[in-house]
Design a binder for this molecule. Sequence first.
Ligand code: DC
Length: 233
Amino acid sequence: MENKSLNLSSLKGKVIAIDGPAGSGKSTTSKLLAARLGYTYLDTGAMYRALTYYALTNKIDLSDGETLTKLAKILPIDFKTTAEVNRVFLNGNEVTDEIRLPEVTKNASEVAAHQGVREAMVLKQQEFGKDGSIVAEGRDTTTVVFPDADVKIYLNATVEERAQRRLLDLMKMGVTTTLQELKDDIEKRDFMDSNREHSPLMKAKDAFLVDTSNMTFEGQIDHIITLIRSLLK
Ligand code: DC
């Protein structure tokens, strides 16, 4: 295996943005990459999930964009990240596991489709990244949040492969579901994320496409680090 250490001195202050559909490997890749670079890791999806979790537990109508926008502006969302885990806090309370529950996953696309919600979240995300040295991942980090990112990557994998990965994650959390149910969910979310009116998921023209379907996780990291090295040297 190749030596994955990076020349950190030349990489201070850069913005690396990684987008892609659910289960493409963005989170694990970005987290590890950020740890290796000594960068901040920003999981923008966790922010939409945290708001969705709040709305579900407080019985807020998910079609009420105005109320959700107000909440997106005022609810504090914070992270405490290590190479292993990205802890998420909403209003000071840890919601790391809760925001991964299938109920939140199913409903997050609807919450994330409101323009006001997106605008509020994008401002927060840009604030997190204002000093650079950040790996941000989501659906619009390469197009809307950080359009001038130093490196833009679009990760993808087949629906089958992405559903398999999600199944393993959920099994580890003790959640019971089926592969077919996950495939249906992923297809539905892909459709909603890619066809919504505001900031739909798409590959930025200047983003590098990486298909992870047939890559091991280590292979994927090697590939991305090689790509970043070649782009930033
Ligand atoms: O990446 P994820 O599965 O944790 O994302 C959760 C939801 O948030 C998903 O429905 C897509 C949405 N999302 C978004 O609209 N924009 C982002 N930048 C990140 C996620």
